[in-house]
Ligand binder design. Structure first.
Ligand code: FES
Length: 150
């Protein structure tokens, strides 16, 4: 399966890359399947994601999905951002090859990790809002349902 035009566009011209000055939530997650890392920065004011950016060591699919994910949550409420799934990001990009689905999980998890950090910075327990961010503890080849392994 070839990459869609949208994937190629977001890979070649990623939106919202780099550190974010004034970020009040920073989340970092790793992908157990490939070992790549994603860091997400968010700036929340009045429950709205005013700004967001990302940095990744991930592959082109990770760059494209993170770019799209940041565009999808910018200007949205925290509740809306928490509902963003990797499937919705892939849909917005007109799909990804099956072997690259795990890359899209990084963006979803990094957003949740950044929002978790935001709540912690506010002195609020994030668990009721975010729950547990699934982390994969399995070796490659196993599946624990975290989304990173299959
Ligand atoms: Fe690691 Fe895509 S192969 S994020």
């Amino acid at each position: 399966m070839a990459y869609s035009e949208k994937v190629m566009d977001h890979f070649a011209n990623p939106r919202n890359v780099g550190e974010l000055a004034g970020a009040n939530g920073i989340g970092e997650v790793g992908n157990s399947k490939c070992g790549d890392i994603m860091r997400m920065y968010i700036k929340v004011e009045n429950n709205i994601i005013q700004d967001v950016s990302f940095k990744t060591f991930g592959c082109g699919a990770a760059i494209a999905t993170s770019s799209m994910a940041t565009e999808l949550i910018k200007g949205k409420t925290i509740e809306e951002a928490l509902q963003l799934t990797n499937s919705a990001v892939m849909e917005a990009l007109d799909g990804l090859p099956p072997v690259k689905v795990h890359c899209s999980v990084l963006a979803e998890q990094a957003i949740k990790a950044a929002l978790k950090n935001y709540y912690e910075n506010q002195g609020i327990d994030p668990t009721p809002f975010i729950g547990e961010i699934p982390e994969c503890h399995h070796d490659h080849g196993d599946s624990c349902g975290c989304g990173s392994c299959e």
